[in-house]
Design a protein around this ligand. Structure first.
Ligand code: HEC
Ligand code: HEC
Ligand code: HEC
Ligand code: HEC
Ligand code: HEC
Ligand code: HEC
Ligand code: HEC
Length: 402
């Protein structure tokens, strides 16, 4: 009996230690085909160091201090709805909140749990019942201040807009959801009984290496075992993809969101065709204006440069591991690699000294435009502000000179 007990104890110890060693090993929520970005550093430090700082990697993040933009507790940190109602950004220890005050009294508080966006704007969500809900006020860099979240009212606070999985498919690398039948006794399936919940533990924040390159565990293991092999194994090379496949790898998230979905965006791997994921409802030649927000692909596809060159893609101008360059001269060099000669009229040539003209192709031919899909309102005066991005429809525009 005593022997048996000690056997049990030692078995238990083995069990515990095996659990420990297992939990130390990183298990990717996407499954065993994925290695996780951290594992790429050892062999691809250049790409890693650049990408980790990029907006792609920060497209979603846990809302811990340092990831959240905007003022809390001091400076501009209050959104006033009316004389009795205000929303205040507050910090409490390591947590951040939007706190609602009515007639001077705190009536509710909502925690910043996940942030979306980094470059121009940042909106945040809080967890409630295994789903995320958007906070009513967002941060905008153009005004360096808080404003209403897109589509939210400026006269009353609203906390019930669910941020569904669809948002995560463009802003993260994974988020698994489950359909939960809330009332299984009910024979009559009503939409209300069935709820799609997001599994918190399965979120892989940001757009990581394997979101663009596909699962790379096998690639990683092969090269760890075969350090002398310098030719890539078990990974799709972008060099072998045709133009449409290269475009699709970016258009997955940069071609708007009005197509009919056939498959989850999360299932897309480089080399797949986007047409297997979406049925487009609008033709590329649609005279309708595609929005400057979220639809770089369709705008670019309407440009003569794209149509006539038969080779322009996103990588022509962007390093996929880096942010858009702030240096407009660098883009001009790319324009001039195809446009050695330009027929500018005397009027245009007189409008700008030659050296400025050759450095600023983008200012005139890809001007900044206001989005029709997104605008926001400020506290107090409720002034409507535009959300401004650069158009990717390269063309000749009137009155664009500065
Ligand atoms: C043990 C080393 C090693 C690790 C770890 C590793 N790679 Fe590689 N990878 C290589 C080698 C070697 C090549 C081929 C030479 C080159 O292109 O740098 C390569 C090439 C690549 C290429 C280019 C393929 C092509 O031909 O265009 C991509 C993309 C890539 N790796 C992605 C990843 C990702 C993503 C990770 C992390 C999940 C990763 N690698 C981890 C060794 C490694
Ligand atoms: C999984 C979705 C997804 C894919 C795939 C994707 N992007 Fe993005 N991209 C985003 C999101 C979301 C943002 C906004 C990031 C932010 O500011 O929060 C973004 C931002 C960018 C930016 C602006 C970054 C900055 O700060 O200047 C560029 C440029 C860009 N993407 C180019 C590309 C290119 C090129 C590809 C293809 C190689 C690509 N993207 C593939 C979702 C994606
Ligand atoms: C937004 C999508 C995207 C993300 C995120 C991304 N890559 Fe890439 N990567 C690409 C594309 C597109 C190419 C092909 C570039 C080309 O052909 O010029 C590429 C090329 C590469 C190459 C081949 C060498 C080179 O630089 O062209 C390696 C290696 C690589 N990526 C590794 C990584 C690693 C490691 C990460 C994460 C730290 C990562 N990538 C994140 C899209 C991405
Ligand atoms: C079809 C892909 C797609 C979907 C779906 C999508 N977004 Fe985005 N989102 C993008 C891209 C691409 C950008 C950056 C480029 C741009 O604005 O054109 C962006 C930008 C943003 C930004 C501003 C980031 C910045 O600074 O550029 C926020 C905030 C944001 N999205 C939140 C959301 C939320 C919340 C949802 C769901 C309601 C959502 N997005 C759904 C693709 C998507
Ligand atoms: C890959 C090569 C390529 C690149 C890069 C390129 N273009 Fe073009 N672009 C073309 C071609 C080809 C045409 C069509 C010429 C024709 O039809 O006569 C064109 C046409 C144009 C036109 C005339 C548009 C119209 O609607 O009449 C303008 C303006 C222009 N490009 C400006 C630019 C600017 C600015 C850049 C950089 C931001 C640029 N291009 C980058 C190849 C390119
Ligand atoms: C002819 C060059 C060119 C091509 C091709 C190109 N871009 Fe850009 N892109 C730019 C320039 C210029 C900017 C603006 C940088 C700025 O103003 O800071 C930009 C900015 C962006 C931004 C940030 C939006 C903003 O206004 O801050 C995103 C996202 C983006 N590009 C995605 C793409 C995608 C996706 C593709 C392919 C469908 C693509 N780009 C093709 C030149 C290009
Ligand atoms: C001050 C604004 C401005 C700047 C800067 C500018 N352009 Fe233009 N561009 C125009 C206008 C306006 C036209 C239409 C013809 C005209 O009125 O001059 C034009 C016409 C063109 C055309 C079509 C005519 C042709 O040659 O086929 C191309 C291509 C072009 N520009 C390329 C460029 C490139 C490349 C740069 C940068 C090196 C550049 N432009 C800088 C305003 C500008």
């Amino acid at each position: 009996m005593k022997k048996f007990a000690s056997l049990l104890v030692s078995l238990f110890a083995v069990f515990i230690s095996s659990c420990n060693s297992k939990s130390e090993e990183y298990i990717d929520p996407r499954g065993t085909d994925y290695a996780g970005s951290e594992s790429c550093i050892q062999c691809h430090k250049t790409q890693y160091d650049m990408a980790i700082k990029s907006s792609h990697f920060k497209a979603t993040a846990p809302a811990v201090l340092g990831n959240v933009s905007g003022n809390f507790d001091s400076g501009d940190h209050t959104f006033i709805y009316d004389k009795n109602t205000k929303l205040v950004m507050e910090k409490d220890g390591d947590s951040l909140y939007q706190v609602l005050y009515q007639n001077g009294k705190e009536t509710s508080r909502y925690k910043f749990d996940i942030v979306f966006g980094i470059k121009h704007a940042q909106t945040s969500v809080y967890w409630k019942n295994n789903n995320t809900y958007e906070l009513p006020v967002s941060f905008y860099h153009s005004i360096n201040n808080w404003g209403t979240s897109p589509g939210f009212p400026a006269d009353k606070p609203y906390f019930d807009r669910m941020v569904v999985k669809d948002c995560y498919t463009c802003h993260s690398s994974n988020a698994s959801s489950r359909i939960v039948n809330q009332n299984s006794a009910e024979k009559n399936f009503m939409a209300m009984d069935v709820e799609d919940i997001i599994d918190k533990k399965t979120i892989v924040y940001g757009i990581d290496c394997e979101r663009c390159h596909g699962p790379a565990k096998q690639h990683t293991e092969f090269h760890l075992k075969n350090p002398n092999v310098k030719i890539a194994n078990s990974i799709t090379s972008f060099k072998t993809l045709n133009r449409q496949q290269k475009l699709d790898a970016c258009a997955l998230c940069h071609a708007g969101n009005d197509g009919m979905k056939l498959k989850s965006r999360f299932d897309f791997k480089p080399g797949n065709n986007l047409s297997d994921f979406y049925r487009e409802t609008r033709s590329i030649n649609d005279t309708a204006q595609f929005d400057v927000h979220g639809n770089q692909f369709r705008l670019m596809a309407q440009s003569k440069c794209f149509i006539s060159s038969e080779k322009m893609d996103c990588i022509t101008c962007h390093n996929p591991h880096d942010n858009a360059s702030k240096n407009m001269t660098s883009y001009s060099k790319i324009c001039m690699s195809c446009h050695q000669t330009m027929k500018h009229s005397d009027k245009t040539l007189k409008s700008m000294p030659r050296n400025l003209l050759t450095d600023n192709c983008v200012e005139c031919h890809m001007p900044k435009k206001a989005s029709n899909a997104i605008n926001f309102q400020l506290s107090n005066n409720k002034k409507l502000s535009n959300y401004i991005l650069r158009t990717h429809k390269i063309g000749i525009y009137a009155n664009t000179k500065k």
